[in-house]
Design a protein around this ligand. Structure first.
Ligand SMILES: [Zn+2]
Length: 281
């Protein structure tokens, strides 16, 4: 089961008094329970929000929109009550009377500690479709180069952050990033005997879903090249990625065969060399 992940951008509740709270907390057990109790006692209803509590940080942040319409002490009362808690470091609160408010307390948006920009899939598809419209079949090369560079860049950052050995050992988890970021709902299939080739199933892949709706028989150009760039820089060697089945051909899911870009014989020779070296240890 997968659940949608909403990025907090705005809240719209006509006729309600809204507020947005940003609470800095000690990153300890039980802090959320203490805050929740105070929020409940203030008769405030928590709406969409998020919590950031990195395992290696001593502080956490709890951010949420709230309906304060029925709170007798309102935004100021709840802010004061939260500040009195020993687990709270600071509280920021902004109120809106109109029943609509945009999150203006968080910037930059980031993931993995790096600045990010959130684009809707429709906007991304519009950009790709413009390239196809302007450059015709030449768009394939532009998108391929662009996406491969992006995939390579992502892998480079991961290798810088975690090291190449860790990145290679956590490949299945890292491929899951495509799901976490909304590209597609991905899963991996591989044989028991070897790591590659492997097949990555990309359910609801954003670009093929759009092409299928437009009745375009055009397989993925962006995701395929991004994956190739990502794999190549993670492993420090060239990979080939081919889309072997696709939504735009009437298949239920898009599937990508990911293989090392060199003759099978030389891979087998290297694997056997690696095995014999391991057995000599
Ligand atoms: Zn596809």
């Amino acid at each position: 089961m997968r659940y949608p992940k909403d990025v907090e951008v705005w809240e719209h509740a006509p006729g309600k008094k809204l507020a947005e709270f940003v609470i800095r907390l000690k990153n300890e057990k039980g802090v959320l329970a203490k805050c929740s109790q105070v929020i409940n006692d203030s008769n405030v209803n928590m709406l969409t929000g998020f919590m950031t509590a990195p395992g290696r940080s001593s502080t956490a942040t709890l951010s949420f929109f709230a309906d304060v319409s029925e709170s007798p002490d309102g935004v100021t009362g709840l802010k004061r009550a939260l500040q009195d808690l020993d687990v709270v470091v600071s509280v920021e609160a902004i109120a809106a009377e109109s029943g609509f408010m945009v999150d203006r307390q968080h910037f930059p948006v980031q993931w993995a500690g790096r600045k990010a920009v959130v684009l809707r899939a429709d906007a991304m598809n519009e950009m790709l479709n413009r390239l196809w419209a302007v450059f015709g079949s030449g768009a394939a090369t532009i998108i391929d180069q662009m996406a491969e560079a992006m995939g390579r860049h992502s892998a480079k950052e991961i290798v810088e952050d975690f090291g190449a050995k860790f990145a290679m050992s956590q490949l299945d988890e890292l491929i899951g990033t495509y799901s976490a970021l909304g590209f597609a709902d991905v899963s991996i299939e591989r044989s028991k005997s070897s790591e590659f080739p492997m097949v990555i199933n990309a359910k609801e892949l954003f670009e093929c879903e759009s092409n299928a709706k437009l009745k375009l028989h055009r397989r993925s150009a962006f995701f395929r090249a991004h994956l190739r760039g990502f794999m190549s820089n993670t492993f420090g060697r060239d990979f080939e990625v081919n889309e072997v089945q696709c939504l735009t051909d009437g298949d239920e899911v898009c599937s990508f065969r990911v293989a090392v870009s060199e003759p099978a014989a030389s891979v087998a020779a290297r694997m056997s060399d690696r095995t014999s070296r391991a057995s000599n240890l």
